[in-house]
Design a protein around this ligand. Structure first.
Ligand code: 13P
Length: 335
């Protein structure tokens, strides 16, 4: 029913070398980040911070869409303008995180499955009414001794596909995010193997649930060595491995791959995205874009530190990181 609208929205999200800004941290995750910087963990500060982001001058030069959290999509500025309208008025498409978080997967110690399918149809209808045009669901896959298990791949892929089908039924573009975590000592080769298996499983399930590939965006991890792996490959090696893995697994009908940053530094995330676009942009069928939270926000949050007088400096930092990533999409990022 919404076929053309889904295709148009998905294409808009990755058009013009722009990308997505994830600002959809759940309240506990937001508080964890605030706590590290001594920022009070209250609703007032969450609102101040999210307003700072949404009102950053020029943000839409580099950002096509922003992923919000349930609390934020309902908030209004002091003059009564919904934050969603603030974003839309400057040309940023509002999206919404709709999963209910990754919970322990029964019978699979050390592994998680993302919950949130119950009642999702009704929640999606409400979010569409509030102005959302796309949604996000994140599944996490942990690498460790004996992990991931087949049960973990299957349960998470099934959840992602059921979510994606419900989104498309409601006219929302699903951002499909199977994140293979960077934590651990594993090698880049192991990340490749696990991501390949995860993506194969996800696309099988998307096919089975009749998801329109042209009307979705994939949000994957890059192929990187574990954070504690002694061998850290170069930016070019990461770019080559990432493209090879996706060529094996991501159908050409998918309009865009919008990477998560996953805890990489802001500079490294931009440099790796840049290397992919420099060498492979013209050979791959999908846009190589970004959907970063930490790699765009972190420097800005540190500068803000919860103080109103730092707002302008923080907005400049946010604008700068967003711009760096647009440059990386063009293969023109200069760190
Ligand atoms: P990071 O870029 O910080 O990994 O966050 C992306 C995201 O939206 C996680 O779901």
């Amino acid at each position: 029913m919404y076929k053309q609208q889904l295709i148009d929205t998905a294409n808009s999200l990755v058009a013009d070398d722009k990308g997505l800004l994830a600002m959809d941290e759940s309240t506990p995750t937001c508080h964890k980040r605030f706590e590290k910087l001594g920022i009070p963990q209250t609703q007032e500060y969450r609102f101040a911070y999210r307003s700072l982001i949404a009102t950053t001058p020029g943000l839409s030069e580099s950002i096509s869409g922003a992923i919000l959290y349930d609390e934020t999509i309902r908030q209004q500025t002091s003059d009564g303008t919904p934050l969603v309208s603030v974003l839309m008025n400057c040309g940023i498409i509002p999206g919404i995180k709709v999963d209910a978080g990754a919970k322990a997967l029964a019978g699979h110690p050390g592994e998680k499955v993302t919950e949130g399918l119950d009642g999702l149809r009704d929640r999606l209808a409400e979010y569409a009414q509030l102005g959302a045009r796309f949604a996000k669901w994140r599944a996490v896959i942990t690498i460790g001794p004996g992990l991931p298990t087949p049960g973990c791949y299957a349960a998470n892929a099934h959840g992602l596909a059921r979510y994606a089908a419900l989104c498309q039924e409601a006219g929302l573009v699903p951002i499909v995010e199977p994140e293979v975590l960077m934590d651990g000592k594993h090698t880049l080769a192991r990340c490749f193997e696990v991501t390949e298996e995860a993506l194969q499983t996800v696309f099988q399930q998307l096919y089975q649930q009749r998801v329109l590939l042209e009307g979705m965006i994939l949000k994957p991890n890059m192929i990187v060595p574990g954070l504690d792996c002694p061998n850290q490959e170069s930016v070019e090696e990461v770019a080559a491995a990432t493209i090879e893995c996706f060529e094996h697994t991501v159908p050409a009908a998918v309009p865009g791959v919008a990477f998560l940053s996953g805890g990489q530094s802001s500079e490294l995330a931009s440099a790796r995205l840049n290397a992919m676009n420099v060498k492979y942009k013209s050979q791959v069928p999908w846009a190589l874009a970004f959907s970063f939270a930490r790699a765009i926000q972190q420097p800005a949050m540190e500068l803000w530190a919860g103080k109103a007088e730092n707002t302008e400096a923080a907005q400049k930092a946010l604008y700068h990181r967003a711009k760096c990533n647009r440059e990386a999409r063009r293969g023109e990022y200069d760190p």
